[in-house]
Design a protein around this ligand. Structure first.
Ligand SMILES: [Zn+2]
Length: 391
């Protein structure tokens, strides 16, 4: 019934847009910032009832621990995506259905405004560091990260991003380096950590800069899919899940997309095992489009992330021994909420990161810890690490 109503409304909308002709120019400032009005199809179908049932279900001690990070996703990005976009679910964002939600402070050891390297180090290790540093403290000492701890606990590890695999966030969740800019060192050392699942964008971003030792690991121990279309064929060659998997996925997109959710479903399938797993998923359009002052791309990237949350919740329906945390490393763009008929394109106030607290959403046993309060990004890490350790 709702779908029929939405269809009728969109028909009315199309006719009224046609009827208004040039008069619509005032709310469509330029092509980059024009909000897509037609509801894009998604394969990640979920209803409000289903979401509610999953969120309010009985959870057991988490064997599987998942963090989804919207890079640069500020609190107002989430509010605006629900208010302004037709590409959200009929009931709005899945994220906004989650009841255990609070805020996270993000400052780094060196600056009020963190960069992605220091923020991801804090989220992965529970220790603050200097901007630019990857998995090391301000003195350069290596910090034990959550994927290393998961390994010690006998769990599988997955890293999924629609950015480069050598980006600051996947780097800080896997490896250690004094600089986020040492790309070839980073990607080689990331591969050498031998996560059970790696997914990132750009085949050449992995195979271009790696050293011979990392190359040999990929050749001998991994099934490699060069793009999402070849996932099935590649995985058919390893039906018993005996090898590790590197999948190249589609890059972040300015249009609300299923790419990250579908990749996540494959990752969940590969990672499931009796000892559990730790999975980090990063969607980076919320950062990249913030840097380009493209609010339409930014808000659509919130929807891309939201569909990924839906995919994980559907997994949790069958696997209540799973904990999910959704948060951001920092805000990018400083989006403000509109006053009156203020146009969407004027709402981003900067192309830089800001010091704004970000949101956190939690589902699973113990997730009420986050309800209606503000914690630090190192507290998020400590909570996740305790869960991985079974404490
Ligand atoms: Zn970031």
């Amino acid at each position: 019934m709702k779908k029929l109503l939405a269809l009728l409304l969109s028909i009315v909308l199309v006719f009224s847009l046609v009827a208004c002709g040039e008069n619509t120019a005032d709310n469509t400032d330029n092509t980059e910032n024009t909000v897509v009005e037609t509801k894009p199809k998604t394969e990640i179908n979920i209803t409000k009832d289903e979401v509610q049932k999953i969120i309010n279900g009985e959870f057991t001690a988490p064997k599987n621990v998942i963090i989804i990070i919207g890079d640069g996703m500020g609190p107002n990005d989430i509010t605006l995506a629900e208010q302004k976009l037709d590409s959200v679910y009929d009931f709005g964002l899945v994220l906004n259905q989650i009841k255990n939600t609070g805020f996270v402070t993000t400052r780094s050891a060196s600056d009020d405004i963190t960069d992605s390297a220091a923020a991801a180090t804090a989220l992965a290790t529970g220790t603050k560091t200097t901007n630019g540093y990857i998995g090391v403290d301000p003195s350069g000492n290596e910090l034990l990260n959550i994927t290393e701890i998961a390994r010690q606990m006998g769990k599988k590890v997955g890293i999924v991003t629609d950015d480069k695999l050598s980006g600051a966030t996947p780097s800080a969740f896997t490896t250690h380096n004094i600089s986020r800019d040492n790309t070839s060192e980073l990607i080689s050392s990331i591969i050498k950590t031998k996560a059970d699942v790696f997914m990132g964008e750009g085949y050449n971003n992995v195979f271009g800069p790696i050293d011979s030792e990392a190359r040999a690991i990929l050749d001998n121990e991994y099934v490699v899919a060069k793009d999402f279309k070849s996932f099935d064929t590649a995985l058919d060659s390893d039906p018993n899940n005996q090898k590790k998997f590197l999948g190249i996925i589609d890059k972040y997109s300015s249009v609300a997309s299923d790419h990250l959710a579908l990749a996540t479903q494959v990752a969940l399938d590969r990672l499931q095992n009796e000892n559990g797993f730790f999975l980090m998923i990063e969607g980076c359009g919320t950062d990249k489009f913030g840097q380009n002052n493209n609010i339409n791309g930014k808000l659509n990237s919130v929807v891309t992330l939201d569909r990924t949350v839906a995919a994980v919740l559907k997994f949790m329906k069958e696997n209540p021994d799973t904990l999910l945390i959704v948060t951001s490393d920092h805000d990018t763009g400083g989006a403000k909420l509109p006053k009156g008929d203020e146009s969407l394109s004027s709402l981003l106030t900067t192309k830089e990161h800001t010091a704004t607290d970000v949101r956190v959403f939690a589902v699973g046993k113990g997730s009420e810890y986050f309800a209606s309060k503000t914690v630090d990004n190192t507290d998020v890490a400590k909570f996740l690490i305790a869960a991985v350790k079974g404490e």
